[in-house]
Design a protein around this ligand. Sequence first.
Ligand SMILES: [Fe+2]
Length: 361
Amino acid sequence: MKFFMPTKLYQESDCVARHSAEIAALGSRALIVTGRHSAKANGAYADVCQALDRAKIAHVLFDEVEQNPSIETVMKARDFGVENGVDFVIGIGGGSPLDAAKAIALMIKHQDQDRSYLYQKGADSSTLPIVEVPTTCGTGSEVTPVSVLTIHAEKTKGSIPHKIFADYALIDGKYLKSAPASVLHNTAIDALAHLWEALINIDADDYTHMCVAEGLRVWKRSKAVLLGERQATDEDFANLMNASSLAGMSIAQVGTTVPHGLSYPVTYNQHMPHGKAVGYFQAGYLAEADAADREEALTLAGFDSVDDYQNFYEALCGSDKLADADLEYAVDVLAGKPDKLKKVPYTCDREVLRRIAFYTK
Ligand SMILES: [Fe+2]
């Protein structure tokens, strides 16, 4: 067994301000990587600027990371970072800016390389120092080595082969307070998906189980908030963030499996948000699983049955169904990825994949 998570993690209120000296020690000029709006709206960008200003560390902003960031965006940010002579990178946001920040930090470090380096297996994966500040509760990217980019040439998304952990993850539930309900819902379902796919996984062991079981217990505490049954408290926001990070630590060890694999072409072609897309395939994945695994997954998250989960999912994300042709395409794409299918702890041939994709209550 092996458990590797070298990122120094702090989770507390006013986390960025409290650790400004540690951030400042990483370099002399920071590239801050965000999406267009949310990092400014939720206060995280202002907190990071204030922390850097206090320590007299210069900073420049690249705020053009789109949903499902493309290789083109990474390269544009790389050029911007090189022009500005940055020596460390701070990602703020949901999965897209956090994933992009890792790839950008890689490409600035290897600034003589072209875009093909991103997908070059076996190449040096060293990067500039990285700080990640999550502002949604699903990606877990702040504690995973994963960076998923959109590959337009292949009309899908794919993880780069470089394994890149951040130096620091600074986690503060307050950044969730201004998140739209849809973002909270989609990302909380993504965290649940990470926990379940790490549980029902050929590589699951006692150490990943420690993160999965605790992640599901923490996630469950704030499930009622997601359903709108009560108002969220500060503790709920911290719970949702912690569940997401525990989920991230789980998939950092064992990776995701079939639902994530099916979701990528759906996200690319139908523009379905990541959490909604991975949540779409969870019921089918659970239904096919070993009964004991299924029971544990459902019970720890507070669901009575697969259909109880499906009802929860539809309450949060809607009950619209994907077209048969889109599901067939997702099955086709995943059927050609044996590495992903090997993660499933039961026989997962094309017929099983179809049953997962086409699952109905
Ligand atoms: Fe995910």
